[in-house]
Design a protein. Structure first.
Length: 472
């Protein structure tokens, strides 16, 4: 007990807090300064001026005419200040058992935002505008969206002391250990989560299934997944009804812009897209929410160079013109689940450089110059989008169907690669402590494609099409 108390005293003041989040920020709107950082907890967390500027602009909707009330969304930015790449060894060690997609991002911050805009006669502009956000290295949108909703509501009701108190309580949370059910006390509520482990199978169904835990959690909050959005809610009909096209675009790391009517729709759609190829990690850049004020705006929108390999989420109508040269654009509207014919189309764009995107500003859908290699699965599309199920089947069931389809596609893609790579490995008999380490055989693309033609996914997978072209 004495040793434990000594170790507790030796801890850095915010050590446990930093295992979950970097800091909590409050961003206000100032008539003279515009968006300004009003509060940071802990106050000594190192943020560069560039990071502060990006955080302030991303904390408010870029086009907020329809964002009265409370709005939640999240963003992702490059870290460039003193904290850049600064995950402590202990911090990363705790997450080593997590899958790659859930490892702390040492080069980016995730910002989980709760924005409030309400009419206020006491304010010159006539509106009260303020955001509370959590800045973290962890890609846990489902968990932190719930947490920021709780702490922001408390802050707006009780002020700064309440926010400081809840941050100090988070500093006593247990460490984030993958594979374990974790209890997180928050403002009188007990949150139950389980961070997936590398040992889990992709289709593992044991998440949050401990019966004694569920029984004790009857008066608490159980978050089934810390990171996965509901794909059906996030992607809507323009994507799910043309699933193979969008899956291939994500797999091939194509430049992709998501245009939506609100930051919430936009951020959720981008997060859902990067999760489509799990268990593979999407290693390209992605920005769930992006504004015209971002420091990288010019680099991402220039027409003198090819579009960057990134998935970009935007809401400002200005991007309809600015990104018209991008090869692939997904347009999502509020009514995309109502089953309109126009909301399920793929619009083939001209391959001519600089060709305009004529209807992207009014019609939801996928606008692309890409012709998919895999055949369209009409049975799957009908299963999700037929009038007999729209609005009747539970969202959880729709989400599970899309997850299953995505996993089958990705697994079918991976297996031939794994099979071929295994032939490049040295035999066990050639490995000896008395010999020089054997060399791996070189990867021969043409040899691999021949193996795909002989025993590729087309022989066993229900997903038909030109798999060799997809690999190529």
């Amino acid at each position: 007990m004495a040793e434990a108390a000594l170790n507790e005293n030796r801890r850095e003041p915010w050590e446990k807090f930093h295992h979950w989040m970097c800091c909590v920020c409050v961003v206000m709107f100032d008539l003279e300064l515009g968006q300004a950082l009003e509060l940071v907890i802990p106050s000594d967390y190192p943020l560069s001026e560039k990071e502060k500027s990006n955080i302030c602009y991303l904390a408010f909707p870029d086009s907020n005419s329809g964002c009265l009330g409370d709005t939640q969304f999240h963003f992702r930015i490059k870290s460039s200040g003193p904290g850049c790449g600064g995950c402590s060894p202990m911090y990363t060690e705790e997450h080593n058992a997590a899958p790659l997609v859930l490892m702390p991002d040492q080069t980016h911050y995730f910002g989980y935002v709760y924005f409030r805009q309400v009419k206020d006669a006491d304010v010159k502009r006539g509106y009260f505008q303020k955001s509370v956000l959590i800045l973290s290295r962890l890609p846990y949108p489902a968990l932190f969206s719930h947490v920021v909703e709780k702490i922001a509501s408390d802050y707006f009701a009780n002020g700064e002391p309440a926010l400081e108190a809840v941050c100090h309580s988070i500093n006593h949370w247990p460490l984030p250990r993958p594979g374990h059910v974790i209890h997180l006390p928050l403002m009188g509520e007990l949150i139950y989560i389980r961070i997936p482990s590398k040992a889990d199978k992709p289709s593992d169904a044991k998440i949050m299934t401990n019966s004694s835990m569920l029984k004790s959690a009857s008066a608490a909050t159980v978050i089934p997944s810390v990171h996965e959005p509901n794909l059906y809610q996030a992607l809507l009909l323009p994507v799910v009804s043309n699933f193979e096209t969008i899956w291939e675009l994500v797999l091939l790391n194509e430049p992709l812009a998501v245009m939506a009517t609100s930051p919430t729709l936009c951020a959720n759609a981008v997060q859902a897209l990067v999760s489509l190829i799990q268990p593979l990690k999407y290693c390209g850049d992605y920005r769930p929410y992006f504004t015209i004020h971002d420091s990288e705006f010019k680099a991402y929108t220039t027409k003198t160079q090819p579009p960057p390999l990134i998935i970009l989420g935007v809401t400002n109508p200005f991007f309809t013109k600015t990104l018209e040269h991008w090869p692939h654009i997904v347009r999502i509207g509020e009514s995309s689940h109502k089953g309109h014919e126009s909301s399920t189309k793929v619009y083939r764009r001209s391959t001519t450089a600089g060709s305009r995107l004529d209807t992207v500003d009014i019609k939801p859908g996928i606008y692309t110059r890409y012709h998919p290699c895999l055949s369209h699965d009409k049975v799957f599309a009908k299963l999700l989008t037929s009038k007999s199920v729209l609005g009747k089947r539970p969202l959880e069931v729709q989400n599970a169907l899309i997850r299953k389809q995505a996993l089958e596609l990705t697994t079918s893609f991976i297996i031939p690669l794994e099979r071929y790579l295994s032939t490049l490995m040295p035999l066990k008999r050639d490995v000896s402590p008395w010999k020089m380490p054997p060399q791996l055989k070189p990867f021969d693309p043409e040899d691999f494609l021949e193996s795909v033609a002989a025993c590729g996914p087309q022989l066993t997978s229900q997903h038909k099409g030109n798999w060799a072209a997809l690999y190529r």
